[in-house]
Design a binder for this molecule. Structure first.
Ligand code: HEM
Length: 415
């Protein structure tokens, strides 16, 4: 069991939470634990920008997420990433809803919500199960596979293709663009700035083609819904459509992929927890919440203070960046019993706190039900079919301070 040794880490070393190598090495939980105890509102300088406040306690993160007037997501204030979105050259389109504040945000969210209502999502269950079954059928009969490409990445991409009403054969393109978008600190994924510009251009061109097709021939898919939707009585502008398209490609993809791979890794490292799921599959929905808590696929989101204020007595100036580390909130000992224990039964109790992996407040993940459904069906079918599937070699992680990601993970299973 992972038990960070808080006492060993002196903060004189001033950890840099922006350093993507921290997450590659897996040092972050130890650092977060120390910060929660000693400096829960921690000033993290930046070599190339203003620096930011790192928030590591559950209660603070929940409160900030629910105070959009004071803590803004707006692109013109810098947006939802640590870097300032409004200063990025490839990003000079309209803001998307994840980088908006109320009331504008609510208008956009209302427009897209019908695509994610519970009934629509639960109607996808049978098709998701059929996709999972096919992916598992296709696993090599040798009893060895690379799990990320074979299953964890493939499923969310296929589901996204279904949402968009595009052929599954477009999946590899969506996969490449999404990797490049979040892979800015991983040289394998963001080969160069030029490559990134090429990806953004291709993605926008692809989205524009779909816009035209759905204008002429609307269907039941999410793209048709966007193309024909109205924001406060006005049609969605083309740049706003492109931004929403890109948001969905990235948000619906990396996160679910890394929950699937991170979930299987956790079950491999905790065989007694896997045993519980094999004995009682009705625990899988609880296990899914525990997996998202454990993995925290989105490590953080950022806000910007709109006024001088205080958090836990620490003065925060107007314009300061405030970064909420979900990965830390989800291990906060003030909130969780035995937070470093991976426990698939944890969320069976109605008294369990809500895990913050999907965020909180008005930006609470719009795709959470869809992600939960994919994870539930995947682990139901996977454990039924390959009860002994386990990680069989070293895992290659994504170099990122934003997404807790796995690029490659070898597995072995009895056939
Ligand atoms: C395990 C999987 C997922 C995780 C951990 C996750 C995490 C998050 C988080 C933390 C936020 C909050 C952003 C903020 O407060 O600034 C968010 C927002 C969002 N997510 Fe997810 N997400 C997941 C899956 C999905 C899926 C499958 C989709 C869609 C296909 C999706 C679409 C969105 C959208 C559109 C937003 C923006 C909502 C808004 O601004 O109102 N997510 N997600």
């Amino acid at each position: 069991m992972l038990r960070p040794k808080a006492e060993k880490l002196a903060l004189d070393g001033r950890p840099d939470l922006k350093d993507p190598d921290l997450y590659l090495r897996g040092d972050h939980h130890e650092i977060f634990r120390t910060l929660r105890v000693r400096e829960p509102v921690y000033w993290n300088p930046e070599a190339d920008s203003t620096g930011f406040w790192a928030i590591t306690r559950y209660d603070d993160i929940e409160a900030i997420s629910k105070s959009p007037k004071l803590f803004s997501s707006a692109k013109q204030m810098g947006g939802h990433r640590i870097f300032n979105e409004n200063e990025i050259e490839e990003n000079q389109t309209d803001a998307t809803m994840i980088s908006m504040d109320p009331p504008e945000h609510a208008s956009y969210r209302r427009m897209i919500t019908p695509g994610f209502v519970p009934k629509r999502i639960s109607n996808m269950e049978e098709r998701i199960r059929a996709r999972v079954t096919r992916l598992l059928d296709n696993l090599p009969k040798t009893g060895e596979a690379e799990f990320v490409s074979a299953v964890a990445a493939a499923l969310p991409i296929e589901v996204l293709a279904e949402l968009f009403g595009v052929p599954e054969s477009d999946g590899p393109k969506l996969f490449e663009w999404s990797n490049a978008t979040v892979g800015e600190d991983d040289p394998e994924l963001r080969v160069s700035d030029e490559y990134m510009r090429k990806c953004v251009g291709e993605m926008a061109g692809y989205a524009a083609g779909l816009w035209q097709k759905r204008l002429e021939n609307p269907g039941e898919d999410l793209i048709s819904m966007l193309v024909h939707s109205k924001i406060d009585g006005e049609p969605l502008t083309f740049p706003a459509y492109i931004g929403t398209f890109i948001l969905l490609v990235v948000a619906g993809n990396e996160t679910t992929r890394n929950s699937i791979s991170g979930g299987l890794l956790a079950l491999s490292e905790h065989p007694e927890e896997r045993r519980k799921l094999l004995d009682d599959p009705s625990l899988i929905p609880s296990a899914v919440q525990e997996i998202v808590r454990w993995v925290s696929p989105v490590l953080h989101m950022r806000r910007t203070a709109t006024e001088d204020t205080e958090i836990r007595g620490q003065k925060i100036a107007r314009g300061d960046k405030v970064v909420m580390w979900y990965a830390s909130a989800n291990r906060d000992e003030a909130q969780w019993e035995d937070p470093y224990r991976f426990d698939v039964t944890r969320f069976r109790s109605a008294a369990a706190p809500t895990q913050l992996g999907f965020g909180a407040g008005q930006h609470f993940c719009l795709g959470s039900r869809l992600a939960e459904l994919q994870l539930t069906v995947l682990f139901e079918e996977l454990l039924k079919r390959f009860p002994d599937i386990h990680v069989s070699g070293s895992v290659r992680r994504l170099r990122s301070n934003f997404i807790s990601g796995i690029k490659e993970m070898p597995v072995r299973y009895s056939v």
